[in-house]
Design a protein around this ligand. Structure first.
Ligand code: HSE
Length: 385
């Protein structure tokens, strides 16, 4: 296998280093704007050198972001090359176009590395759904926010301080607001739900809330409730065929599986009607775990392991977040405007914390948008009983 590598950032340099130890996969060209000592003979700033090289059969896209990653991917598939990528943002917004084109061209688009890093989650979803009806996914799919929440709650360190550490370790996105505001998790649950339910789930249909506004006062309240906060991505296939899909900080029991997931680790559970619940756990972010997942995609192509994406999804899911409901923790300076079960007391500057009565995901996310007009620092978290 001869590959053209797009990007030599954290993951790109990881896969390059891994492949140096292999003799059956060779990196022939690297698309990079910067020059790296010793690699100048491989590096180019002109993508056409990769696209028009008949010897290069596979493109590894690790530039991330929307453009030019999308254009380069389409061009590579149209040129009859396989593409292996960890780009959840771009892929989640162009799933139908990419999978349809790959099938038309008789090549593979491998995105195993886009959700869960080193955890063989998507691969197993693809297998499982062939013999069972998958009805739910839930878990921690963003390493950066898990590190931030874990360290804030166990060591009492500040948000910005831990985010800087995640950036240094190479876990955070180029623009870390994608992590902190839940966008990365939103893209991942859209991809995983599409694989599981065989209907395209659009990222923009996922109700998403991040952890940007969590503060030390919130954490005191969580501890008093015997809870730990984790950012969970969830989806459910409803009995009527519609899908609920949402990402939100969630208060889980201190002895739950998710509470025991520390640092940059991920955990994802899938529910099938026959096999019940299965939980996968491991490193979901960082140079080597993600490079490992990219290499698995390359090896599968090399060894003829099918992508299992046939048949590709048929149509788009109808997403309706008015079916799932639970109680919420809400900290705001504004009047909550919904029935509350308990007022927990003051929390930070002029704000109070409440436990709401059970309400739908849709209603809570709409309520937060409305209250933020007068209280942009509001924080809320779902409560898992
Ligand atoms: N920024 C992502 C994370 C990288 O922290 O999980 C892995 O997708």
């Amino acid at each position: 296998m001869i590959i053209g590598l797009l990007g030599l950032g954290t993951i790109g340099s990881g896969i390059y280093e891994h492949l140096l130890k292999r003799d059956d996969i060779r990196v022939k060209r690297i698309l990079e704007l910067l020059r790296h000592p010793g690699l100048e003979h491989l590096e180019t700033s002109d993508y056409n050198e990769i696209l028009n090289d008949p010897e290069i059969d596979t493109v590894v896209e690790l530039i991330g972001g929307m453009e030019p990653a999308h254009t380069f991917t389409i061009q590579a598939l149209k040129a009859g090359k396989n593409v292996v990528s960890a780009n959840k943002l771009m892929f989640s917004h162009h799933m139908e176009e990419i999978l349809t084109l790959a099938r038309e061209m008789g090549v593979q688009y491998r995105y195993d590395a886009s959700v869960g890093g080193s955890i063989p989650f998507l691969h197993n979803l693809m297998r499982h759904r062939s013999a069972d009806r998958l009805v739910g996914i839930s878990g921690i799919v963003n390493g950066t926010t898990n590190l931030i929440l874990d360290v804030m709650q166990t060591e009492g360190r500040g948000f910005g301080d831990v985010l800087a550490e995640a950036q240094k370790q190479g876990y955070a996105e180029a623009n870390p607001s994608a992590d902190v505001d839940g966008i990365d998790a939103e893209c991942k649950i859209a991809i995983a739900s599409t694989v599981a339910y065989q209907r395209y789930v659009r990222p923009e249909d996922v109700d998403t809330e991040g952890i940007r506004n969590i503060n030390a006062g919130d954490i005191i309240h969580f501890k008093q409730q015997g809870k730990v906060c984790r950012l969970l991505a969830n989806s459910v296939l409803n009995g009527n065929g519609s899908v609920c899909a949402w990402v939100e900080p969630t208060l889980v029991a201190a002895d739950s599986t998710e509470a025991a997931v520390h640092m940059n680790n991920n955990t994802i559970s899938v529910t099938g009607e026959y096999f019940g619940v299965q939980t996968f756990q491991g490193q979901g972010a960082g140079k080597d775990p993600t490079a490992f997942a990219v290499e698995l995609g390359l090896r599968d192509i090399l060894e003829g392991v099918p992508a299992r994406m046939n048949p590709i999804p048929s149509g788009y899911a109808s997403v309706d977040n008015r079916i799932v409901r639970h109680r919420y923790y809400l900290r705001t300076k504004a009047h909550p405007g919904v029935p509350v079960e308990e007022k927990l007391g003051p929390c930070g500057d002029k704000a109070s914390a409440y436990i709401t009565e059970s309400m739908t995901v849709r209603d809570m996310h709409d309520l937060a948008k409305a209250l933020r007009e007068s209280d942009p620092g509001l924080f809320f978290a779902g409560i898992r009983d």
